[in-house]
Ligand binder design. Structure first.
Ligand SMILES: *Cc1c(COP(=O)(O)O)cnc(C)c1O
Length: 232
């Protein structure tokens, strides 16, 4: 099932790229394996997948212990400051940074290990009360603060768009994310140049690609539905 799903997702990504004249290699597919067993990750690995997304630190650490092959792990869920120390050096990108205090903690733990950590700023692009993330108008001030943290690289922006029936409803939010990134890059803030746009999930990744996503995070579309109680 996973092999077939991956093939379908790959076809959809290619078609979306083609519709807007983008190269397939401008888009990275991250397979979101949260709540799913290691065996399913290994099935995806057998199909050539190397990038996986998890949203809980404990679950990520458990899986890291069981899978010895080098993979690209993406932390995509809300991150508490006291958990940062466990993941630094083990993840290639933290998608969900939404405060200066969290960035400071990541900087500090990265300094201890003498490595730079790549992060994205999570944006609450539709201003939903239920969502984590910075509001649009908070982004520039926070970026200016973060720009001086030497063990951190702010690589771009991430959003979890609203849950909608029709993916087209999210097109405007993806357009706003792209615009926000262009605006930020035009401000020429020292040490800030961003090129990663992480947006689009199973329901809307094709629209996200049409609007400029460079990373799409697909869970259900690859691994199937998650159990309701494990939905998070
Ligand atoms: C669960 C999750 C996804 C994947 O969601 P699907 O709809 O199953 O593709 C993507 N991004 C984040 C932040 C998630 O928590």
């Amino acid at each position: 099932m996973i092999a077939e799903n991956l093939k379908q997702v790959e076809e959809n990504i290619c078609a979306a790229c083609k519709r807007v004249g983008r190269n397939r290699d401008e888009v990275t597919l991250v397979a979101v394996s949260k709540t799913k067993p290691v065996e399913m990750i290994q099935e995806a690995m057998a199909e050539g997948m190397v990038a996986f997304g998890e949203n809980r630190v404990q679950e990520l650490m458990d899986k890291l212990e069981k899978i010895k092959e080098p993979l690209q792990w993406h932390l995509i869920g809300h991150l508490q400051r006291n958990k940062v120390k466990y993941i630094i050096g083990h993840v290639c990108l933290i998608h969900s940074v939404d405060s200066f205090r969290l960035a400071e903690q990541i900087n500090q733990e990265s300094e201890k290990r003498q490595i730079k950590t790549d992060i994205l700023l999570e944006i609450n692009i539709a201003d939903e009360d239920s969502k984590f993330g910075l509001k649009k108008e908070q982004v520039i001030p926070v970026l200016k603060q973060m720009a001086v943290l030497p063990y951190l690289r702010v690589r771009g922006l991430m959003t979890v768009a609203p849950f909608v029936e029709n993916a087209e409803e999210n097109r405007k939010h993806f357009q706003n994310m792209k615009k926000l990134m262009v605006d930020i890059n035009q401000k020429n803030i020292d040490n800030v140049y961003m090129d990663i746009l992480s947006m689009g999930m199973t329901g809307d990744y094709e629209v996200a690609i049409e609007e400029g996503a460079t990373i799409v995070r697909v869970g259900t579309g690859i691994f199937g539905e998650r159990e309701k109680k494990l939905q998070y």
